[in-house]
Structures are given as structure tokens and as C-alpha cells.
Design a protein around this ligand. Structure first.
Ligand code: ZN
Length: 456
């Protein structure tokens, strides 16, 4: 990590914001000025601005323990015009295609407001120019008013609605996630102690209200939880609603697709409960980036099966794999695949022990047909077989044969969605003729670096 002094020396006039995992952020002096952060600025609850000897914020933002201060700062960065949103969205999806991605599930995110911040994707879907399939979940942005938001969304929208002009399952509203109620939110900041839901007076009522609203309206759910303690509390609420629904002759959780996201320390007992309630677990490669911090706090033993993927698979729980991109973790799927297969962080620390490392075929299955279950698409996606969409990628090297370390360098040379080439390189380059408009906004670092792990 750079120091604040280095940032200030390198960029005295240009605002710079550097995010360090789910734990800290750094703003140079120009950044503090641009965002108007002074000694009087109040940080959001659970966060703080570190101060220098002069009592002024020195630019270090600390999640203490709540990362809202980091996400709120991301949310305050300059808003893009609708035109810039469309252009940057096209470039981002081309980037995903470059890694061989043909479908994504957007689990929602703090600061990502519906429908305004979806304008870029919605515009591309409406014009039939979306180069991959997207399923997206709505994430309430107003703590304390989540139920109000969901009641409005369930009244005005239907899950399963496809906004893509051309493609089946092209741009689909899926459900509610991945925060349902902010007071029931779990953190993933391994530099700080684990939060206790039971310390918060309103979490149970807030979560019960929203989960009941979604289940009774037949909306799929995904919910973010890092620690088993939080998973167990959330399951208490889900089981109670399920019991009430069944007592009323309705299907309860059996009537919707639902899942936990992350679940790094979920226990065997909680896995049994998730299985009994028909849920899945979506795992992301957060440990590939924050594994060293996790080990420092909880020990190497706890990191051997975090998350305990083998235990999930043994029970027959649906498991999907993903990144925790785009804000903190990267969006490169091959880093996640590498982590699943090697059990190592990107820094080289061995986390998972042998039984918890996946075979390459298993990791690939989680990333394809495994993840397709979560958006209810396992019958049409994830395998190369009759009846499945013609979505596939030709990779730059043989995934099943390359040395393990080289999994991280895999890219696509030909990505095909619905039979249409959407990305092509090397010998296939002529198959995709359309070049994208120049990167906007012009100050975007992508204009300089040219994408993930690239220096053009
Ligand atoms: Zn999450």
C-alpha cells in the first residue's frame, strides 16, 4: 500500500481515493478538498476519519468496524452523466467478456440505487446491445426504510421481468438482496472484531418485515453474511417466517429461490439448517484478498475451511462461485477459480487444506452450472449441451492442464453469447468487428491502464 505522504507527493492536485479491502480508505489532500472533508465533517456511524497532529483529517478513512464510511465515499465520487454511464458500462462488460464471462448475477450493492444507477445497463438491454446476460437484485439504500422500499418495488415490479430487447434471460430482475435490512448487516472487515447482531435493537424486526414481504410476494432472496453467528440469527428469522407461512397453508421458503452470500465461517449446524430450508450458498473470493488479515485474527486453523465448501457440497447444498467485485475485490473470475483450486490468497498464503481445495472440474462447475442455480437458470445455462444457450468461451490456454499459478493469467480469446461472438482476440480477432467508443469519462484510470492487470 502507498502511504498518504506518497499519494500527496505523487498527486498534489489530482484527487485520489485508494480503497484497501473492506477495512480502510486513503484520500490524498486534493481528494479531501474535493469531497469537502474537514475537521467538522461527521463520519457515518461505525467509521472514523483519522486525524493528524494538527487535528485535521489526514486522509485515512477507517472502517471501525463498519465499511459504510468507505462505500459512502465511493458513492460521493463524481456522478456520471447518462451518456458516460452507457459508455463506461459497455467498456466494463467488454472487460468481463475478455475474461470469458457470458453471464453475471448482480447481487446489489450499497450506494447502487434502483433505478437511476442501472441506467447504463438498462439502456444497453433496451437497445439489444448487452454483450452478456444479467440477473440483478434490488438492494435498499435507506437504512430504516427498507420495508417501504421493498413494498414499493414489489408493487411496481415483477421478478423475472426481462428488459432485454433481443435475448431471453438477458436482463432480468431477480429478487431482493444482498442487504435486506441494514440493521441486520454483517461486515467483512477482518481487521476489526466480529459485529454482534444482538447488539442492535431493531435488526430482528427490520429483517422479519422485509423477508416476510419478499417471501409472501414470491421474490427470490439473497442475503449477505460473513460469520456463523450472523447466519444463525438470520436463520432464526427465516425459519420463523417459514413456519408461519406453512401454518397458513402456503409454501414459505420452498416457494422461492434463496441463498446466503459469503458465509466464510458458517458452521455444520447452520449448513444443516440452510439445507433443510432449501437454500444455497454463493461463495466469493474475498479470502483470496483478505485471507492474511483473517488468519491474523482467527488463526490458520479457522482459515482451513473458510468458507467450508466441501461441507456444503457433501450435503447437496447448491453452491455458486463468484467474485466480490466490483468495488473491493477484483472482477477477474480466474483469481477466484485459482483461490478455489489452490486454496491460496493472491499473496501466496496457503489457507485451505487439502480436503477443502477443489478439483479444477469442481471449481469450474461452481462457476458455471453451480451459479446458474441461483438465478433459476440451471436448465439453460452452465453446460455445453443440447437445450442450453450457446454461451461459451475459448480460453487462452488449457485450464485443465496449465500449471496452477497460470490459472490467474487465463483470458478468453473468443467469447460467444447466444451464438454471437462478443469478444475476440488473436486468431479470432476478426470475428468481432465493433470497436467501442473512446473511454468516458476521460479521466478514468482505465483510459491509461486499459483494464484489469494490464498496462497498455
Ligand atoms: Zn456481501
Amino acid at each position: 500500500m502507498p502511504t498518504l505522504d506518497e499519494l500527496n507527493a505523487a498527486a498534489p492536485e489530482t484527487p485520489v481515493f485508494v480503497l484497501h479491502l473492506y477495512s480502510r480508505g486513503m484520500l490524498n489532500r486534493a481528494g479531501l478538498r474535493a469531497l469537502g472533508i474537514t475537521a467538522e465533517t461527521k463520519p457515518p456511524p461505525g467509521g472514523r476519519f483519522e486525524r493528524g497532529p494538527d487535528g485535521q483529517p489526514n486522509g485515512l478513512l477507517v472502517a471501525d468496524p463498519d465499511p459504510t464510511i468507505l462505500y459512502a465515499t465511493v458513492g460521493k465520487l463524481p456522478q456520471l452523466s447518462t451518456e458516460d454511464q452507457v459508455v463506461s458500462t459497455r467498456h466494463f462488460y467488454r472487460e468481463l467478456n475478455r475474461f470469458g464471462v457470458t453471464s453475471v448475477i448482480d447481487a446489489g450493492g450499497g450506494g447502487h440505487r434502483f433505478p437511476d444507477d442501472y441506467a447504463g445497463s438498462a439502456a444497453l438491454a433496451a437497445s439489444g446491445e448487452l454483450p452478456l446476460r444479467i440477473s440483478y437484485y434490488l438492494f435498499p439504500q435507506r437504512p430504516g426504510r427498507e420495508l417501504e422500499d421493498f413494498q414499493r418495488w414489489t408493487a411496481e415490479n415483477k421478478p423475472g421481468t426481462n428488459g432485454d430487447r433481443l435475448r431471453a434471460n438477458g436482463y432480468v430482475l431477480e429478487g431482493g438482496g444482498e442487504f435486506l435490512a441494514w440493521s441486520a448487516g454483517d461486515f467483512e472487515n477482518f481487521l476489526a472484531p466480529r459485529p454482534e447482531l444482538s447488539d442492535r435493537p431493531k435488526w430482528r424486526d427490520d429483517l422479519t418485515g422485509v423477508a416476510r414481504e419478499l417471501v409472501t410476494k414470491g421474490w427470490p432472496i439473497r442475503i449477505h453474511a460473513t460469520y456463523d453467528e450472523s447466519v444463525a440469527h438470520i436463520l432464526d428469522v427465516f425459519e420463523q417466517i417459514d413456519g408461519e407461512e406453512r401454518a397458513g397453508g402456503r409454501r414459505g421458503f420452498a416457494g422461492i429461490r434463496w441463498a446466503f452470500d459469503h458465509a466464510e465461517t458458517v458452521s455444520p449446524k447452520s449448513l444443516d439448517r440452510i439445507h433443510a430450508l432449501g437454500g444455497g450458498v454463493a461463495v466469493q473470493d474475498r479470502m483470496a484478498f483478505a485471507g492474511e488479515d483473517f488468519v491474523a485474527r482467527y488463526g490458520a486453523d479457522a482459515a482451513r475451511a473458510a468458507p467450508p465448501i466441501r461441507e456444503m457440497l457433501r450435503r447437496g447444498i447448491p453452491v455458486g462461485a463468484g467474485t466480490d467485485g466490483t468495488r473491493v475485490a477484483g472482477y477477474n473470475p480466474w483469481l477466484s477459480v485459482y483461490w478455489l483450486v489452490s486454496g491460496k490468497t493472491v499473496g501466496g498464503t496457503q489457507l485451505a487444506d487439502e480436503p477443502n481445495r477443489l478439483r479444477r472440474e469442481e471449481a469450474l462447475r461452481l462457476w458455471t452450472v453451480g451459479s446458474a442455480w441461483f438465478s433459476g437458470e440451471e436448465k439453460v445455462k452452465g453446460r455445453i449441451a443440447p437445450g442450453q444457450y450457446a454461451d461459451f468461451a475459448v480460453l487462452s490456454a488449457d485450464y485443465l492442464a496449465v500449471p496452477e499459478e497460470e490459472i490467474k493469467q487465463l483470458e478468453s480469446v473468443l467469447t460467444v453469447v447466444g451464438g454471437d461472438p462478443v469478444f475476440a482476440a488473436g486468431p479470432y480477432a476478426r470475428l468481432v468487428a465493433t470497436s467501442l467508443p473512446p473511454i468516458k469519462p476521460e479521466w478514468s484510470p482505465v483510459a491509461f491502464y486499459g483494464g484489469y492487470a494490464r498496462k497498455k
